[in-house]
Design a binder for this molecule. Structure first.
Ligand code: FES
Length: 102
């Protein structure tokens, strides 16, 4: 069994050259929000869910991006409601949120 049941990686990469990057979309604040929400729901820790910052995940033009493993489902998001939906539907209910998939 893997140490974490699910792992969310938020790209929080910042590009200095003006090209698209996830930090242009408040990625760090959204990652912090997701981490707090997962903790508030007591979903964090061994055998449960881990939320991490990541460097560039290579899909910058589609950002901001999140990838959830082990399912390898990619999402984008606009606001905290989108993060709530990913947490509630994907992490809690096990249902992929099709409208946010990339
Ligand atoms: S900057 Fe986020 S995927 Fe590249």
């Amino acid at each position: 069994m893997s140490y974490y049941q699910k792992h969310l990686f938020f790209c929080t990469n910042q590009r200095e050259d003006g090209s698209p990057c996830c930090s242009d979309h408040d990625a760090q604040a959204m990652r912090d929000y997701a981490k707090k929400r997962v903790k508030a729901l007591n979903l964090n820790g061994e055998g449960k869910i881990r939320v991490n910052s990541a460097g560039c995940l290579g899909r910058c033009g589609e950002g901001p991006v999140i990838v959830v493993y082990p399912e390898a489902v990619w999402y984008t998001y606009v606001d905290q409601e989108d993060i709530d939906e990913i947490v509630d539907e994907h992490l809690v209910n096990g249902q992929v949120v099709d409208r946010l998939k990339i």
